[in-house]
Design a protein around this ligand. Structure first.
Ligand code: NAD
Length: 489
């Protein structure tokens, strides 16, 4: 049988594809049909060693290159990604089930932005400072960390591979990246493109694996940093393991973000923002505004428009450009989401629309209807736990102070949004909401220029922007004595 998306081998190490069939089998499944589209192997300990050794060997020479020369290669990779956007987007759709309508604008393109941005700022973003000290002086320099490990989630496989790889490489590090076992394909394509763009071998390696493989990377003594995108429970495990050898960590974890709609908001924009922040990527977005607080006066009108627009969403074949909502990434995730929907019904939330499996799609696909619950209260399971599916919870509120307190009453702190015509209020509210990335009168836009990351249990460290370079480098301080040393003995 020919498999639709079979890569040349499971891993990409030291500039070439590598296989080790001793590793357990990972089946890559197209979520729209349940079809196996590729068969790969998880990395054995020997593969992990090989990848880390290649990265360790290649890194010093890369770090010794000028940042401009490093940046040039990254920018070339960005150009290749844009030229191949169609091909990469189709691969991303096969890997994740996300509709081509989304992947064509949000995945490889955002990865390319990342290589372009970090390629461009490598030369200016890594400068140190000069500190006058009277006669003496000091200076600081930003130096790379060494071998960095990236571990990805399954919702944005190509984007995550780039968001971690681009700043790491720009700062002079080498990377070993492990994609999610659910979406093993995209990162291999990124590795190939980087090498085609001229990246010296050994600097960006991809190995496959699951929760058994991750710890082999995290515990490895030659690894200086781990950047994880994943759930909070995984974040706790990875941070704890990394602490054992005092590795640097960036944690991009989950959320249950509040999106607050005041009664003076442009209702159509707020409905659009809430839909984007709950249904894009079939709800599998960490920063989603899954608790939509709507001021009571506009509740009826908001729900009316939301319901009409939600019921008009085109669900179907992800490869059809008209399709707006694809399947969940896996059968397990589909079941998890359906069980949350049942909990919502059982705990007394009002089902406005959706609530089950759409009837216009193949029963083999992992589809769930876009679902809206109203009259959700803070204590309901669907208002407290991250569902990671197309399930929007609408909660009522009366005044500003109340909604801030309730919005913050969560262990998470990834994102938040406010829709209002009163910009003074908007700034006052975002100032008090406990989140790392916040939006006023829009939602979920994450261009590479702005820092992205969470507070509280949603993690620490930042991706994108100049801030990311700081998380892939460290500071050295040099004190220069200009006179004779005066010692008292
Ligand atoms: P997950 O936590 O199950 O897995 C994430 C990755 O960690 C996978 O590659 C997995 O193989 C690996 N892993 C699991 N256990 C490990 C261990 N003990 N040591 C090392 N690696 C281990 O997450 P998921 O289900 O793939 O993704 C969904 C989660 O990711 C959601 O909670 C979502 O909010 C979060 N997410 C966060 C961001 C962000 O930027 N903040 C972005 C996307 C997704």
């Amino acid at each position: 049988m020919t498999l639709k998306a079979q890569p040349k081998a499971s891993h990409f190490i030291d500039g070439e594809y590598v296989e080790d069939e001793a590793g357990s089998v990972i089946e890559s499944i197209y979520p729209a049909t349940g079809e196996v589209i590729a068969r790969l192997h998880a990395a054995t300990p020997a593969i992990v060693e090989k990848a880390i050794a290649a990265a360790k060997r290649a890194q010093p020479e890369w770090a010794a290159m000028s940042p401009t020369a490093r940046g040039r290669i990254l920018k070339r990779a960005a150009d290749i990604m844009r030229e191949r956007n169609r091909e990469l987007s189709e691969l991303e759709t096969l890997d994740t089930g996300k509709p081509i309508q989304e992947t064509i604008v949000a995945d490889a393109t955002s990865g390319a932005d990342s290589f372009e941005f970090f390629g461009g700022i490598a030369a200016a973003g890594l400068n140190g400072s000069y500190i006058p000290l009277g006669g003496d002086f000091a200076y600081t320099k930003r130096v790379p960390l060494g071998v960095c490990v990236g571990i990805g989630a399954w919702n944005y496989p190509q984007q995550i591979a780039c968001w971690k790889g681009a700043p790491a490489l720009a700062a002079g590090n080498a990377m070993v990246f492990k994609p999610s076992e659910n979406t093993p394909l995209g990162a291999l394509a990124i590795a190939e493109i980087l090498h085609e763009a001229g990246l010296p071998k050994g600097l960006y390696n991809v190995i496959q694996g699951d929760r058994e493989t991750g710890p082999l990377l995290v515990n490895h003594p030659d690894v200086a940093k781990v950047s994880l995108t994943g759930s909070v429970p995984t974040g706790r495990k990875v941070a704890a393991a990394a602490a054992g050898s005092l590795k640097h960590v960036t944690m991009e974890l989950g959320g249950k973000s509040p999106l607050v709609v005041f009664d003076d908001a442009d209702i159509d924009s707020a409905v659009g923002g809430a839909m984007l922040g709950n249904f894009y990527s079939t709800g599998q977005v960490c920063s989603n505004g899954t608790r939509v607080f709507v001021q009571r006066k506009i509740k009826a009108e908001f729900l009316k428009r939301l319901r009409a627009r939600t019921e008009a969403i085109l669900i179907g074949d992800p490869m059809d450009e008209a399709t707006q909502l694809g399947p969940m990434v896996s059968w397990a995730q589909r079941d998890k989401v359906l069980s949350y929907i049942e909990k919502g019904k059982a705990e007394g939330a009002t089902l406005v629309t959706g609530g089950g499996i759409p009837n216009n799609v193949s029963g083999e696909g992992y589809y769930v209807q876009p679902t809206v619950f109203a009259d959700v209260t803070d204590d309901m399971t669907i208002a407290r736990e991250e569902i990671f599916g197309p399930v929007m919870c609408v909660l009522d509120f009366d005044d500003e102070a109340e909604v801030i307190t309730r919005g913050n009453a969560t262990e998470f702190g990834l994102s938040a949004g406010v829709f209002t015509a009163d910009l003074t209020r908007a700034h006052r509210v975002v100032d008090q909401l406990e989140a790392g990335t916040l939006w006023i009168n829009t939602y979920n836009l994450c261009p590479v220029e702005i820092p992205f990351g969470g507070l509280k249990q949603s993690g620490f460290g930042r991706e994108n922007s100049l801030a990311a370079l700081e998380h892939y480098s460290e500071l050295k301080t040099v004190y220069v004595g200009m006179g004779k040393v005066e010692a008292p003995y």
